[in-house]
Design a binder for this molecule. Sequence first.
Ligand code: CO
Length: 211
Amino acid sequence: MDPYAKLLIENKAWAKEKVMDDPDFFNRLVNIQHPEFLWIGCSDSRVPANEITGTAPGEIFVHRNIANMVVHTDLNLLSVLQYAVEVLKVKHIIVCGHYGCGGVKAAMTRHNFGIINKWLRNIKDVYRIHRVEIDSQPSEDDKTDKLIELNVVEQVHNLVKTSIVQQAWKTRQGPDIHGWVYRLSDGIIKPVLEMPYGSGIDNLYAFDDLV
Ligand code: CO
């Protein structure tokens, strides 16, 4: 069978199974979504947010891009963030990177990838900021792993630099922000940074005229 056609057949089977297990499953989700989590992850097909966290449809609001970046000029990310924080009022934002990330590996090369260069430039900036720590790692693999972890840390900080998160922290008790790295080889998530709501904000980035 054509693999594409198989997707639609699997979909019908999945929908049928859901209703058999729980006749009200789709009715509950039709009119309302109340996810507690916003997930900012890598587009990598091996890191599906719901599957690796054992969550169901309706539980996680998801944004994915190459190397789980929070780029301040990315209208897509900013729109997702604003909606998740201000309308859905998520309690947690998770930035989840993963070891073996192709985007991070590509950013560590000097290869010209065309338009992707512009995206990878943001990862190269993270490398530059943490160059001494990354270059002091014993092997190339360790350097890559370190950049992957520090990239997650940097993206968590990028979230805190937004007026969206700062405004929320000023007006309600959330969201807490979590930096995670997923390991492809065993499926385990390693937390690398916690920034609960109200965490200190670098003075350079803190807005003092939020209402
Ligand atoms: Co990746």
